[in-house]
Design a protein around this ligand. Sequence first.
Ligand code: AMP
Ligand code: ZN
Length: 454
Amino acid sequence: MPIRLFDSLSRESRELRPSHPDGVFRFYTCGPTVYAPAHIGNFRTFVVNDVLRRLLELEFGPDRVKHVRNLTDVDDRTIAQAKKENRPLAEITKKWTDKFHADCDALNCLRPHVEPTATGHIREQVDMIEVLMRKGHAYRAADGSVYFKITSFPEYGALSRIKERELKVTNSALDSDHKDSVSDFALWKAYKPEEDGEVQWPGPAGASAGRPGWHIECSAMSKKHLGETIDLHTGGVDLLFPHHENEIAQSQCCNGQVFARHWYHSEFLQVEAKKMSKSLGNIYTLEDLTAQGIPPMAVRYALLMGHPRKQLNFTLDSLHAAQSALKSLRTARGAIPGAGGSVDVLPPVLAALHDDLNFPGALGALFGLLNSQPPAALNAAQFDRVLFALGLDLTAAPAPAAVPAEITALADRRWTAKQAKDWATADALRKELAAAGWSMLDRKDGWSLEPLKK
Ligand code: AMP
Ligand code: ZN
């Protein structure tokens, strides 16, 4: 049974198939912006994409899937954070990239085959902008920035079905200043010393020095690592407009080819039925949850409990339900002797997953079997493939020892003192940490804490 997935462009469920003669399925996911820890909403999107990646591997073979997910390491948010902390941009983005990787590992998300960075692909972005300027799809504004001219691409709006009038209202809030039309968007942003600090590169021919606009990085990096036409492009619903609409415009005007054959957008996560926001104080990171003793695998399971194209309500109850479901799976798996019996596990679960990633249907099918069959009757290899497809690692470690907030604060102060070469303060704080039972391990780019052995 082929994998069928809703396509946001044609608005229907369509089969996923590789289009390239080499048979390799080309899959691009928009990655995180690395200026802060990713929250569990971000991880909903990445876990959904991880299951998709696993299903593609099971369907086409592990060597027949190429998954690329970028890291946005230069944009307004990363630059603002570096400025706020008065640190180099690369230091900030490295810190949060490392944290993102550690969280992904804890959630058992497979690493993409290529994880390109925006700053590592300035040349490719500039090249693309120059082609767009030459072809009349982009123009230099008075300040030396470069904008994409929306009227030069009549198909603009096909993905989001946005009408021209709405477009003007929506886009006008984004960038202002020097463009011809309020709906044009920036491909290249001229350097502004008071905002950009040290961050600038030589611009496209005829433009000022500066930095790329956000959208162009995905067009340039997907082209470099996957070619001009990709089989599947994904992200959260908020990326549909303007990000993905702009990617289509840039790529298709530059390359003259269909950019992505299939678009998929998963819905947002809510916490206790509310949108996550700073003002509500309900933005949870993986660390927030593990500090409360919740194992990362239970977080992953809870993120799988809703249909990916419906909003998911993340609650404390759902985490408890996830923990008990994992316990049942662990018990059942432990009770299957050797190769197990002849009852099929894989087909009913895959049937649901292949039908537009019906996670609740898949979990329902799995637990239906567990409730109706003695574990010994289940086929062990198929059970393990189901666990692989869902990315559930039943052997994963429980949550690590929680570090109290005041200890983290001491460690932060000591790190700052050390950076400032204030050795006396750093030493005093190390003693204070030791007295509280913690040892601080320094690395070149950061630190970690371990409880002192008693
Ligand atoms: P960002 O780091 O802001 O670029 O976001 C990374 C990914 O997380 C994007 O695909 C977003 O669509 C997705 N995302 C952001 N907020 C949420 C949320 N509350 N629920 C699900 N996905 C989200
Ligand atoms: Zn993108």
